[in-house]
Design a protein around this ligand. Structure first.
Ligand code: FAD
Length: 689
């Protein structure tokens, strides 16, 4: 027994000592919300705590990594940089949500410290929600810093910058580009290049990995840092609580926060606090061999939440049982899935990403993004914990060779458990749970463009969602969307199937402690700028193929209602597209009823891409109807595009330029400028994903 114990200690030391230093961590946040439950507004409450200079002094930090994040990726990159900076270079790092600090005192930021900005660009070159205030402040010309500013108020500031963007958007990586310009103008010194990751090209992760090495080299030189043998330090201590069981009322079984645990769900409902909403009705609006589209009516009465036409609703998903099982088995946690665990942040700036005490099962099922694409860096991190020497070698190879990784893992669209199974069938029992919590993202709510009008049904929000199910060419499996398959299961249950299992997936449909029973789903509303003109007599042109039609169903529903109420409604043109009229024509009959209310004011052009040998897309029909489009624009029509960001939206933008050039007899360059100014003045609006 002694030898066993010694073996274990030596092994543990070896493992701890040798883990790759750059664990992908997500949870080095300022403890604005240490247990995700105690502070539902998510704002820093302690007086003075919005002062980053003071905060860093208090915590003895010399490197802060701010993030402007919408979907969690920028936050994740910030955490990874924090962890790596500490492990490799001994920096005392912390991450910080931009909305938690006032940066008026950036001009007093000490010279021997460094600030990082990891900034996602959202929508049409906009800041992410959490960066809005900072963005307004820094864009003042000049920003009013705390001390009387001279010519170069930030001349002492050293900064590092990385942007997350999508090249299919007009304003690619605008946030980091502009921030970089502003900071330079204010006298600050950038270390390394201002990195740009491109989601549009699918190279975000590799762009990030390639950018950060030279950045670290430049930073080490500037700050006189010495790279050291990295030592894995878990961010969280994970304690198994023998004294607690799933029966205990204090144990979270997937409840998003304390109010929910205590059965007192309370508003305001937002990205930190979902409303468990009844699904009033659910159906499929089309079903063909391998594709189906859901329509759901979410009841928000008694929630205090409101929406206006064009807003988004966020759905909080639950992982499928099969994936939870696969994950727990992969890491040898299956047998103790219902053991109660408590996580504590070891570093005071880290935050536990879900409320505890909880169980392995609940943490994995409700809080961890276990099905997402795998990051190469994370596989490298796990390599030292592999169950065999051969597996260690293989994982290290995958972690260090980008082409090999692409070939074996990314191109096969594997999730983490599937990826590790390609290395060895044995369970990876040595991986500390903290490494998994750090390395995987917190599960993200998914957004849906609300497909109803708030004028017609203020208490019920419609969702139109295609169920994600992608057969991977060459691989023997289908990638099944986390949220849409969960919604499909809810729909099946509501419509009488006692044990729904879409695509072989089952879900804890009744939620933690049966709190979602009676077909409920956790949601919150996100307000958007994608809005009808306030004057209904203004014409509108809408382009929405596929589920891109979602908000336009709401727009048309609203204008039909206003027409019925006797208001003067302007021309309402919709360019819609689908594969075949007999297959996937969304709301085919419903448009007829709107037509009755709107008469000639409603004009719908349908593009069918698989009806004949000629593939017709919305952009073709827009071009064919260029005269009408131009006339309406000259009558001050608003122009809206919704749906696929990668191809459709860009092509529509181009076609519009061509139309304007042709119809107005101006050259294409000038026409492009017209389109640009339509965008900046809010006449041309996009809701694309
Ligand atoms: P996910 O699990 O998130 O998977 C999504 C995709 O990621 C997969 O199809 C696959 O391509 C990829 N993927 C997943 N796992 C892997 C893996 N292991 N390896 C490699 N690739 C992988 N959708 C609608 O249907 N209707 C709408 O009205 C709508 N409105 C939206 C509005 C906004 C503002 C935004 C941002 C998005 C909107 N979406 C809409 C998209 C929606 O939010 C979801 O992205 C979509 O429903 C898929 O979610 P999911 O959880 O089912 O799939």
């Amino acid at each position: 027994a002694q030898v066993d114990t010694l073996d274990i200690i030596v092994l543990a030391l070896l493992l701890v000592g040798s883990i790759a230093y750059f664990t992908k961590g997500t949870y080095w946040g300022v403890p604005k919300d240490p247990y995700a439950s105690s502070n539902l507004n998510g704002s820093a409450t302690k007086k003075g705590s919005r002062n980053i200079v003071e905060k860093m002094d208090e915590l003895n930090k010399n490197c802060v990594i701010f993030y402007g994040s919408q979907t969690g990726t920028a936050e994740d990159y910030a955490s990874r940089l924090a962890k790596e900076g500490h492990a490799r270079f001994g920096l005392a790092t912390m991450t910080a949500d931009l909305e938690d600090y006032d940066l008026e005192n950036l001009d007093t930021f000490p010279e021997d410290k460094v600030v990082f900005f990891v900034m996602a660009t959202y929508g049409e070159g906009e800041p992410t929600d959490n960066a809005v205030e900072f963005w307004e402040f820094i864009n003042n010309d000049p920003p009013s810093f705390s001390e009387a500013s001279d010519e170069a108020p930030l001349s002492k500031l050293k900064y590092v910058a990385f942007g997350l963007g999508n090249n299919t958007y007009e304003h690619y990586n605008l946030m980091v580009r502009n921030l970089d310009k502003i900071l330079t103008k204010l006298g600050a010194e950038r270390i390394g290049t201002a990195g740009e990751g491109d989601d549009g090209a699918g190279t975000m992760e590799e762009d990030f990995l390639a950018w950060k090495e030279p950045m670290w080299a430049a930073l080490s030189e500037k700050m006189g840092l010495e790279e050291r043998e990295a030592v894995y330090e878990p961010v969280f201590s994970v304690e198994e609580k023998e004294d607690l069981s799933v029966e205990d009322e204090t144990v979270y079984l997937g409840e998003p926060n304390k109010n929910h645990l205590e059965n007192a769900q309370k508003g305001p409902y937002n990205a930190h606090n979902p409303f468990i909403a009844p699904i009033a009705e659910s159906k499929e609006v089309f079903t063909v061999k391998d594709r189906n589209c859901l329509h759901m009516e979410i009841d928000i009465s008694n929630s205090g939440m409101t929406y206006t036409t064009g807003d988004h609703i966020a759905v909080w998903p639950t992982n499928a049982g099969l994936e939870v099982d696969r994950f727990l088995k992969t890491f040898g946690l299956d047998a103790k899935r219902h053991t109660v665990i408590s996580l504590k942040a070891i570093d005071p700036t880290a935050k536990v990403p879900f409320p505890t005490p909880t169980t392995y099962d609940a943490a994995v099922r409700y809080h961890m993004e276990i099905c997402a694409p795998v990051s190469r860096q994370f596989v490298a991190t796990l390599a030292p914990f592999a169950p065999t020497e051969a597996a260690k070698k293989e994982a290290a190879k995958l972690g260090s060779e980008s082409e090999y990784f692409k070939d074996k893992i990314s191109s096969q669209m594997l999730n983490i458990a599937q990826a590790l199974a390609t290395i060895t069938p044995e369970p990876w029992t040595a991986v500390p749970f903290s490494a998994l919590v750090e390395g995987l993202n917190k599960i993200q709510p998914r957004y849906y463009s609300i497909s109803s009008s708030s004028v017609v049904q203020p208490q019920k929000i419609s969702i139109t969602a295609v169920v994600e199910s992608i057969r991977v060419p060459g691989a023997g499996h289908i990638v099944k969307g986390v949220t849409t398959n969960y919604l499909l299961a809810l729909k099946q249950k509501q419509n009488g199937d006692p044990n729904p299992s879409p695509h072989g997936l089952t879900y804890e449909i009744t939620g933690p402690r049966n709190k979602y029973d009676g077909i409920h789903v956790p949601v919150h509303v996100r307000h958007s700028n994608f809005k009808l003109p306030s004057n209904p007599s203004k014409p509108v042109i809408m382009v929405g193929p596929g589920t891109g039609v979602a908000p336009f169903r709401g727009f048309v529903q609203e204008r039909a209602e206003l027409a019925k109420r006797g208001e003067d409604v302007g021309t309402t043109v919709l360019f819609y597209g689908c594969r075949k009229p007999s297959e996937d024509w969304l709301y085919k009959e419903e448009w007829e009823t709107y037509k009755q209310a709107l008469g000639d004011k409603l004009v719908i052009f349908n593009a069918f891409s698989r009806e004949t040998s000629k593939k017709v897309y919305v952009q073709h029909l827009i071009k064919e109807n260029g005269k009408l489009v131009n006339e309406l624009l000259q009558q001050k029509a608003n122009f809206y595009v919704c749906g696929d960001a990668s191809h459709m939206a860009r092509e529509v933008n181009e076609v519009l330029g061509q139309i304007i050039s042709q119809e107005r007899g101006i050259d294409e360059k000038k026409a492009e400028q017209v389109v640009k100014s339509m965008r900046s003045s809010g006449v041309y609006q996009e809701d694309v994903w």
